[in-house]
Ligand binder design. Structure first.
Ligand code: 3PG
Length: 215
């Protein structure tokens, strides 16, 4: 199976893309490792993390062979997209439609998750060739908005991001989302005391909540 399809399967099957937004390289690495221990299969290191490209390089060297999809988030231009791919990212995520990112990703067969908010954004994102549409910021509209937005484009692969928790994830999946983007619930679980076991526990809880909602 082509590698891109294998990678897409990781998102569709696990239903979670973890967003790492940390204050240091060390924290990003520790959170990522703890979350992977908890069952996370796809994650994005946002470009706002200090030395994000180095974090991507370390994680992809270590985890690519274990079947973990390592990505780069908050990509705002084609140059950053290319740098992230060269560092090992196989998934690129942007908060808004960025045709240069999609073009670069398609050249190297990386997956794209591209931000959208309105019906027009969603359709333009699909037309631009993104693999997955990131509904952002999702918490301000709620799952009903997804059902409504999908009426004209029922096959749109939507991943809501912002405010998704183990308690509400089933509502998003029931509304037709193919998975969810999750940030703080997992990635900030150790912020207060540096106990990364809490990240692993939160990841396990999320993985279980998605599995319960999927089947
Ligand atoms: C982000 O870009 O960091 C996301 O919006 C995360 O949202 P969350 O922390 O509410 O999951």
């Amino acid at each position: 199976m082509p590698r891109k399809l294998e990678n897409l399967k990781k998102i569709y099957e696990s239903g979670i893309v973890l967003i790492i937004r940390s204050e240091s390289e060390e924290e990003a690495l520790a959170v990522s490792e703890a979350a992977i221990k908890g069952g996370i299969k796809a994650l994005e290191i946002t470009m706002s993390v200090p030395n994000a490209l180095n974090v991507i390089r370390i994680l992809s060297d270590k985890y690519r062979s274990e079947g973990i999809l390592i990505g780069a988030g908050t990509i705002l231009d084609g140059e950053t997209a290319r740098a992230a791919i060269l560092a090992g990212a196989e998934l690129l995520v942007s908060p808004q439609l960025n045709p240069e990112m999609i073009k670069m990703a398609n050249r190297y067969q990386a997956i794209t998750i591209s931000g959208a908010f309105t019906p027009r954004d969603v359709i333009e994102t699909l037309e631009a060739g993104a693999d997955i549409v990131k509904l952002f910021p999702a918490e301000v509209v709620g799952p009903k908005y997804v059902s409504a937005i999908m009426a004209p484009v029922p096959e749109a692969p939507i991943v809501p991001t912002g405010g998704v928790t183990p308690e509400n994830v089933h509502e998003w999946l029931k509304a037709g989302c193919i998975g969810v983007g999750v940030g703080s619930y997992i990635s900030k679980a150790a912020r207060k005391d540096g106990d990364y076991q809490k990240v692993t526990t939160a990841a396990k809880e999320f993985v279980q909540a998605v599995a319960n909602a999927q089947y």
